[in-house]
Write a protein of this length. Structure first.
Ligand SMILES: *[C@@H]1O[C@H](CO)[C@@H](O)[C@H](O)[C@H]1NC(C)=O
Ligand SMILES: *[C@@H]1O[C@H](CO)[C@@H](O)[C@H](O)[C@H]1NC(C)=O
Ligand SMILES: [Zn+2]
Length: 470
């Protein structure tokens, strides 16, 4: 058994994400933001006693002790009651009921079955919508294949990490852009040029619905995801970008990192992204990820195709990133955001697109921005650009959480996410092998409307010229 950590009896503190925690003594004991919770593990009683009460409102406390392996936070996603099966609590209870609450011993009898694997595991903490478990690291990486659809796994680091708020200078820069925003008819015509038939063709390749595609799954460990990675790289390169397949952790598909160099001599960079990996139903090898996140990935392609077609030359540097490992706990983006922080990258802002296509029947086309995780000023900028260039979208906040922008937010980069609904997740095919694009309420027009907003953000923040005909 591989021991990651032997903790003395310690207090587990989970509070709704709050950047102010960076200023408290708790910041020394920060284990990252998982779900919407900031997690702290400490036995510093003095600090706990001093903990400002405004931080603990709605927080949950537990204690952990003994030898632990890889700690994994499990979080229930915010989903609309309309798609919540009555059995959802039973499902997670059945899963968690296999896990002993006592620390495992060396005995084989203590092992828990995860599909074809047996592993020692322990349940350390449980609330209605979250849990903390300890398992070996290999099982931790594969948990998404054992969890009920609405639960996400997020592995904790082995030791405390820095709590890095977004620096006020970076926020000021975003505010400055927002304050100087003006309607630009050229931007309007560029974003309007994103082609819906092309979005359809691209997503059908990624889901394997097109007969030209051999992709069955884009699960991070599948063979299909590697086909998708190569295909994305080739496409972006054909559109004028410089791309790299960047591996980060053995077994995972690489991140696809593409860039367009700016015409100005500057380090300033604007980043848009999506995740190209996907997750299917429990027990099924099919993971088409048409909405999650074929839609966001396709939006990136739609934007790049328009950049190429219209001869857009950015002034600042632009990166277009398709991350993998999102479904296992934001792995790809975490590694990449960490790398950018280590390089002290000059990232003005980043906008992640995750799930853009599902349109609940009877509702208007929508754009949801994260209510808690992310930089409010970036969300405000995106909302304003939406009102200007995609007035057909009803904009609001969503409690759905935790896509790759969270990794950048955690490294102190201004960031936000664009999402399909101003409310909780309503797509009944969420984390389901039926997440195809050819289905009712999968709305290509909504993908385009939201992609227009992501593209307009890029154009306004990076600045651009149009290549003139010679
Ligand atoms: C995009 O612009 C091209 C010309 O550059 C034009 O042929 C095409 O019809 C436009 N597409 C849309 C959807 O506006
Ligand atoms: C980031 O880029 C901006 C614009 O070019 C520049 O003013 C600023 O000094 C750069 N910051 C760093 C840390 O390089
Ligand atoms: Zn997703």
């Amino acid at each position: 058994m591989l021991l990651v950590n032997a903790v003395a009896p310690a207090l587990l503190i989970a509070i709704p994400h709050n950047p102010q925690a960076a200023d408290s003594c708790l910041s020394k004991y920060y284990y990252g933001t998982h779900g919407q919770q900031d997690i702290f593990i400490t036995n510093d009683e003095l600090c706990v006693a001093e903990m400002p009460s405004h931080l603990v409102v709605d927080g949950s406390l537990g204690s952990i002790s003994g030898d632990v392996q890889q700690l994994v936070w499990l979080q229930h996603e915010a989903v609309d009651p309309a798609i919540k099966p009555a059995t959802f609590v039973d499902e997670i209870d059945a899963f968690l009921s296999h896990l002993p609450t006592a620390a495992p011993t060396a005995s084989d009898n203590d092992q828990v079955v995860f599909g074809e694997r047996k592993a020692a595991a322990q349940l350390l903490h449980r609330t209605e919508n979250s849990a903390l478990i300890s398992v070996d690291s290999e099982t931790a990486l594969a948990l998404d294949q054992h969890l009920p659809a609405f639960w996400k796994a997020s592995p904790l680091p082995d030791s405390p990490i820095d709590f890095i708020p977004v620096p006020s200078k970076a926020v000021e820069r975003v505010k400055d852009i927002l304050n100087n925003l003006k309607f630009d008819p050229v931007v309007a015509s560029l974003v309007g040029n994103i082609s819906v038939p092309q979005l359809r063709a691209d997503v059908r390749y990624l889901t394997g619905e097109s007969s030209a595609s051999e992709i069955v799954s884009r699960h991070s460990f599948s063979s299909g995801v590697l086909i998708a990675a190569e295909w994305l790289k080739t496409n972006f390169e054909n559109l004028g970008a410089t791309c790299e397949l960047k591996p980060y952790l053995s077994g995972f598909a690489p991140n696809v990192i593409c860039s367009f160099k700016g015409s100005e001599d500057t380090t300033e960079t604007v980043l848009i992204s999506a995740h190209y990996d996907s997750r299917g139903s429990f027990g099924s090898t099919r993971a088409p990820g048409g909405d999650d996140d074929g839609s966001g990935t396709t939006a990136l392609l739609g934007i790049a195709r328009t950049i190429a077609r219209k001869g857009v030359q950015f002034k600042k540097n632009v990166q277009i990133c398709a991350f993998s490992g999102e479904e296992q706990g934001l792995y790809g983006s975490r590694y990449y955001a960490q790398e950018l922080r280590q390089k002290d990258a000059n990232l003005t802002l980043m906008v992640q697109a995750d799930m853009l296509a599902y349109h609940a029947p009877g509702e208007p086309a929508q754009l949801g921005l994260p209510d808690r995780i992310g930089t409010p000023e970036v969300a405000q900028l995106v909302a304003t650009l939406s009102a200007i260039y995609s007035p057909e979208l009803k904009v609001g906040l969503t409690p759905a959480c935790c896509s790759d922008h969270q990794s950048f937010h955690g490294q102190g980069f201004p960031s936000t996410q664009v999402f399909e609904r101003a409310g909780p997740i309503a797509d009944p095919m969420y984390h389901n092998s039926g997440d195809l694009s050819d289905r009712e309420n999968y709305d290509f027009e909504q993908i385009k409307s939201i992609a227009k907003v992501q593209f307009a953000t890029l154009l306004h923040v990076a600045g651009f010229d149009l290549a003139t005909d010679e």
